[in-house]
Design a protein around this ligand. Structure first.
Ligand code: UDP
Ligand code: MG
Length: 337
């Protein structure tokens, strides 16, 4: 009931281009044929029970399996289904960007296709939005069905990122969240190619609410991230939201130079007093290798940032849409009904 009154109050601006849709659910899809049917019927059950106009935006991120064919067969009489087909696999971050660019809702929720982001929480998220929050962050208290390595690395990564980043990025919050229309309009103004969405979605700020939940196992299929892809995503998160690693390299260099200077004075003094018996091969090797290692790390770090400048300067599109189908009829039926 209260949802209807909220949508009515939002509709009072007659020049608002989004007035016909209240909620958009964005779903990036990459090789999810095993789970799509189950996902679709679960989400539809929840959306159809809501007293507001809804759309589901499926973004097929260059799946090699039958996901796209399956997506075309999904239907609903009450919920608008938008199907966007990207021209190849651009990655989850690009797929979510495509979804956000095409979303019409006053509120947008990002959901994984594997039911690891429980759609049952959608009404709770909308209730927070109605209370006036612009962002509803979904914080994981537990993660089920994931390896100990993934859990541990995610735990420490979120802490490292929130320590390094200048933007407050909430810990243990994935991409699953609700964003209000005015936050999305701000996100659309961020043109960067290196899209670390957890950072990008946190960057505009606005009023934030947090709901905690236990992350269930994947309903079917397998995770799409390899070890190296996760490392890459992690690095891009840090380099796009912080230059502190560069500062750290400077400070480390300064610290090592200073200690070397003190050690040099000590060696000079020792040689003058006790003479030099030309020993110390192991310690010399150790120092050389240590410094060589530090230098290579610092150059690599610099390379990471220079590489990002290079990618940004090419200014290529973030994704390419090959097909875009929308079952608009059902939405207009609804808005007249
Ligand atoms: N995904 C995508 N493009 C990719 C990889 C993943 O659109 O290149 C989608 C995938 O279909 C799913 C969501 O992103 O809907 C999360 O992927 P996954 O479940 O593999 O990640 P995990 O939950 O293991 O972190
Ligand atoms: Mg998953």
């Amino acid at each position: 009931m209260h949802l209807i009154s909220a949508s009515k109050s939002l509709f009072k601006h007659s020049n608002d281009p989004y007035k016909n849709v209240t909620l958009s659910v964005i779903v990036p899809v990459y090789n999810e044929q095993e789970v799509l049917q189950q996902f679709h019927s679960t989400v539809l059950n929840i959306l159809e029970a809501l007293p507001c106009l809804c759309e589901i935006i499926y973004v097929n991120d260059g799946s090699q399996d039958d996901s796209w064919t399956l997506l075309q067969s999904l239907s609903s009489t009450e919920v608008n289904i938008v199907r966007i087909n990207l021209s190849r696999n651009f990655g989850k971050e690009a797929a979510m960007t495509a979804g956000l660019d095409n979303a019409q809702g006053q509120a947008v929720i990002l959901l994984d296709a594997d039911l690891q982001d429980p759609p049952e929480l959608i009404p709770k998220m909308l209730a927070k939005w109605q209370q006036g929050y612009d962002v509803v962050n979904m914080k994981r208290t537990q993660r089920h069905g994931e390896s100990t390595f993934k859990k541990l690395s995610a735990h420490w990564y979120y802490r490292l990122l929130s320590f390094l980043s200048d933007v407050p990025i909430e810990k243990d919050v994935g991409d699953f969240r609700l964003l209000s229309r005015r936050v999305i309009e701000q996100i659309k103004n961020l043109p960067e190619r290196t899209r670390y969405m957890k950072g990008i979605m946190a960057w505009p700020g606005f009023s934030q609410a947090t709901i905690t939940f236990e992350r269930p196992e994947r309903a079917a299929g397998e995770t799409k991230w390899s070890f190296f892809q996760l490392i890459g995503l992690g690095l891009s998160g840090i380099t796009s939201f912080s230059v502190k690693p560069l500062k750290l390299a400077t400070w480390l260099g300064a610290g090592i130079s200073f200690s070397t200077f003190i050690f040099g004075i000590f060696l000079l003094f020792k040689t003058l007093v006790f003479g030099n018996d030309v020993a110390g091969y192991p310690s010399m090797m150790l120092v050389q290798l240590f410094l060589g290692g530090i230098q290579l790390i610092a150059i690599g770090l610099l390379g990471e940032y220079v590489g990002r400048i290079y990618i940004e300067s090419k200014a290529r599109p973030i994704y390419i849409v090959m097909d875009n189908y929308s079952s608009k009829a059902s939405i207009s039926e609804q808005s007249h009904g």
